[in-house]
Write a protein that binds this ligand. Structure first.
Ligand code: B3K
Ligand code: ZN
Length: 878
């Protein structure tokens, strides 16, 4: 047990900084044993304070060698926790010089300056810069950085933010490079790289005619995996000019790939650093999903140059200001580049499966949290994905044109500043004239709202009346919620005709141009007039708000929507509802289960036979909601029983529609050379879905997967086949897996994929996963390997994880305890499966709680893990 209780940081305690740092000059000298960091900071008192305040700089693990203010040593400084405190200076403007030594080679937290595969690199967001030098490490202190790097020549490439200004030789086989970034930025955007790297180069001419030098730096053996990211970067640059009018600002834009990285990538100004897995790609080893993910992450980090870097966050509570907005921007980029409705289905699936669970659990927080212990725990699905939904709602309410005008105003007004989410919403309100004061609650209230709706047709009056009622469950610290401003995009689908019906309404909350109803009250009634026939309402089209919709649809209504809704997203959503009801009825052994199953089977048959449907949409219509999603729909959950029900339904569908699956499987056989393009991607997705049902219907069909694996010329089909084959894990599968490893283990991305397929294969149990952690391909200090094995097992292998009387839970807890001292951020992330202990049966609850308590007992528990575990166990939050 920790002897202290870590401090809770509150939004309400925010105070403006006492000093600005106008310029920062760093000299970072790399030596084998240590790295020396010399800093020269020009400080200036913030005139918001009438008297000169003490000086506070942050630092963690720094070996202070000297400290001088205006050239004089400072005798009376104090170091308290993460703060270096100096008495108030005599003048409001002064220079601070510090020299510290740091030890990157032993830094396993992967925060600050560390070594990955022989290369020095940095990760400063959120508070990693304080592990490099003493500095006011807070996002509202923006400084102009000049960085000199000195290193042995074996580190041939020396990079930092901004534009290169000088380079040259030094004594002792050393050399240097200097970089200057003219754009003031907070320390979290600082980056530095020193390594033996190779680069590919290209150019981009911006809309005003400036030529930008583009470079991707990698370890030499990865040079052949850079082309796709470079193309993605250029596409992103064009898109941001066209859709947002945003132009790139420096002369050079660099991406560096590193193997050891806690997250996907980081948007450091002019020098993005990427997890290798999120940037390296080639036609042989990358899957369709991989290409789409890489393209989206490259775009996301590039888009941050404006939404995050030019306009940044005042404090870390505002994280969603940059993350929610940037996720919305990258999602729209993907939608414009590929298939809009499909991207929406995938995003909503993620939101419903994982973000809704987070919002219903002990870590629930608003997209702008009001307190935290460790900010790294708040880079969550809520801040990112729900944050993006909140921005999307603004887009829905304003329409594309006014949204663009408001974003122009935002970027212009706040360029070079650190601002709040209110500043963003206020621009939206100012441009549109819409009163968004109630909308602000989306930023401050946690939990997923429920939207209960009923509908009634009056044939004589030709009206369709919708009654709305909203509520939101209590979440930690927020027992009561005020009503949200919910945009409900809607239509009416004729019960007989199946067509979209026209209507009018006198309700002032309905925007008839956008077909969006603004629900602001807890309860409200919307009367639609001139409705020529009885209808099925199609509500929340394109998922216009992140809420749970409850409408008493009959199965006939749902079938009507599946077959006829003009909104492709809502067709899919109706099928999801039908499948969810069927699964629930089976889990709860309800009498109507048989009928529901029959209706679902018929609906799927229609989809299978519909020749006009985009195969990508078809593949998604035919996929059942996942077990993780189902586990949120009822209580208590027995995951093994849920798996049986889920498997039984897939088997039923496989058998009942066997002829159709065979037909689709044959129609979607691969042809031509592999390319990452929509028609092929769609065909491959549908092919795998068909095969998965064939295997459910006939255990011997694993031979088809084996054949598909051997015949495939691409990794999408190979890995899909291996995973499907893995469901019936047999000796042949073990042999194929062993051969796969032999063939690919030198390629880091492939080794990670192999580990993940193994750990998440449904028949794989905890004993085998323990052995995997002793495998050559595994490493406790590489987050990608840890995520593949421990994450793959605990998050993507429900049967294996929950089986064996809690052995899986013990293994996860042991892993967390081990990682706690190596890499607290990764350790805290792996606690997620335990945070949901309350959804399970009493035996599972007890077993998981026991492991949580065991973790909490660790004396050296990091604040990262402490926060997640203590909140999970807190009974007042139940
Ligand atoms: N901003 C970074 C995430 C930093 C994570 C710090 N623990 C990546 C991104 O969202 O673009
Ligand atoms: Zn981001």
């Amino acid at each position: 047990m920790r002897t202290d209780t870590p401090q809770i940081i509150q939004l309400s305690d925010y105070q403006a900084p006492a000093y600005w740092v106008d310029t920062t000059q760093l000299t970072v000298s790399i030596f084998a044993e240590y790295t020396e960091v010399k800093a020269e900071l020009r400080l200036r008192a913030n005139d918001r304070y009438t008297t000169l305040q003490p000086i506070v700089l942050h630092g963690v693990g720094l070996d202070l060698k000297s400290l001088a203010l205006n050239g004089q040593t400072v005798p009376d400084y104090e170091i308290v926790g993460e703060e270096l405190r100096l008495p108030a200076p005599a003048e409001g403007e002064f220079t601070l010089h510090t020299v510290v030594h740091i030890y990157p080679t032993t830094n396993t937290s992967l925060e600050g300056l560390y070594v990955s595969g022989g290369m020095y690199c940095t990760q400063c967001e959120a508070e990693g810069f304080r592990k490099i030098t003493y500095f006011p490490d807070r996002p509202d202190v923006l400084s102009v950085f000049t960085t000199r790097i000195e290193a042995p020549k074996e580190f041939a490439t020396l990079l930092s933010n901004g534009n290169p200004i000088a380079a040259g030789e030094l004594a002792d086989d050393r050399h240097f490079a200097e970089w200057h970034d003219p754009f003031p930025k907070p320390a979290y955007l600082f980056a530095l790289v020193a390594g033996d790297l190779k680069d590919v180069r290209d150019e981009f001419v911006t809309m005003s005619g400036r030529t930008i030098d583009l470079r991707i730096y990698v370890e030499p053996h990865n040079l052949h995996k850079t082309e796709f990211a470079l193309e993605s970067l250029k596409k992103s640059m064009v898109w941001d000019e066209q859709v947002y009018g945003r132009e790139y600002d420096l002369d050079i834009f660099m991406i560096v790939a590193v193997d050891h990285f806690n997250m996907g990538a980081m948007e450091n100004k002019g020098l993005n650093i990427f997890n290798s897995a999120c940037v390296l790609a080639d036609l042989e080893t990358t899957t369709d999903d991989g290409f789409e993910r890489i393209e989206a992450i490259v775009a996301h980090e590039y888009f941050h140059n404006w939404s995050g870097n030019r306009v940044t966050c005042r404090d870390w509570f505002q994280l969603s200001l940059k993350e929610g907005f940037t996720v919305f921007r990258d999602a729209e980029f993907t939608a414009d580049t590929h298939a809009r409705a499909v991207k929406r289905m995938d995003d909503v699936t993620l939101l419903r499966t994982s973000q809704f669970a987070e919002d219903a659990g002990p870590m629930a927080h608003p997209i702008r949290p009001d307190s935290y212990i460790e900010i790294n725990n708040f880079y969550t699905l809520t801040v990112y994905e729900k944050g993006a939904e909140v921005v999307r709602m603004l887009h829905t309410l304003l329409g594309a044109e006014r949204f663009r005008a408001a974003s122009d105003l935002y970027f212009e007004r706040f360029d070079g500043q650190a601002v709040t989410t209110e500043d963003f919403v206020n621009c939206m309100a100012e441009v549109s004239g819409i009163d968004l004061s109630q909308f602000q609650r989306w930023y401050d209230q946690a939990g997923t709202p429920r939207l209960a709706v009923t509908g009634n047709y009056d044939g004589a009056a030709q009206t369709f009346t919708l009654q709305f009622s909203q509520s939101c469950p209590a979440t930690p610290g927020q027992p009561n919620k005020a009503p949200f401003h919910i945009p409900v995009k809607l239509g009416l689908v004729g019960k007989n005709s199946g067509s979209d019906l026209t209507f009018s309404t006198r309700h002032p909350g309905f925007d008839s141009e956008l077909q969006v109803f603004s629900l602001r009250e807890r309860d409200d009634t919307l009367v639609l007039e001139g409705v020529s026939e009885d209808a099925v309402p199609s509500l929340l089209r394109d998922f216009s708000a992140p809420v749970i919709l409850e409408y008493p649809y009959t199965v006939e209504d749902l079938r009507r929507l599946v077959s006829s809704d003009s909104n492709a997203f809502n067709r899919w959503d109706a099928m999801q509802t039908l499948a969810t009801r069927t699964l629930l009825a089976a889990v709860q052994e309800q009498a109507e289960h048989g009928d529901l199953q029959a209706v679902l089977t018929d609906a799927m048959r229609d989809v299978l036979q519909d020749a006009d449907l985009d195969p990508a949409v078809k593949a998604r219509l035919l996929r059942l909601p996942g077990q993780a999603y189902m586990a949120e729909q009822y209580k208590p959950v027995d995951p093994v029983a849920l798996d049986q029900v889920h498997t039984a339904l897939r088997r039923h569908l496989g058998q009942a529609l066997q002829a159709e699956w065979i037909a689709v499987f044959e129609q979607t056989q691969p042809s031509g050379t592999y390319a990452f393009e929509h028609h092929q991607v769609a065909r491959r997705a549908l092919h795998s879905v068909a095969l998965s049902y064939r295997i459910m219907a006939d255990q011997n069909a694993w031979r088809l997967a084996a054949e598909m694996y051997r015949a495939a010329d691409n990794m999408t089909d190979q890995s899909a086949a291996l995973q499907l084959w893995g469901q019936v894990a047999n000796e042949e599968w073990d042999n194929a897996m062993a051969a796969f490893y032999q063939r690919w283990h030198k390629d880091a991305q492939m080794a990670e994929q192999w580990l993940s397929i193994r750990a998440s294969a449904p028949r794989v149990r905890v004993r085998e996963v323990e052995l995997l952690t002793e495998h050559d391909g595994f490493s406790w200090t590489n987050p990608n390997r840890v995520r593949s094995v421990i994450g793959g097992f605990a998050m993507r292998n429900p049967v294996g994880f929950h089986a064996d009387n809690g052995a899986g839970y013990r293994f996860l807890a042991d892993s967390i305890i081990r990682l706690n001292s190596l890499n607290p951020q990764i350790a805290a992330r792996l606690c997620t499966p335990f945070t949901y202990w309350r959804r399970y049966t009493p035996e599972i609850q007890a077993a998981m709680q026991a492991q949580l308590k065991r973790i909490l007992d660790v004396e050296t528990l990091s604040k990262d893990v402490y926060e997640v575990v203590s909140k999970s166990l807190d009974t007042s939050l139940a």
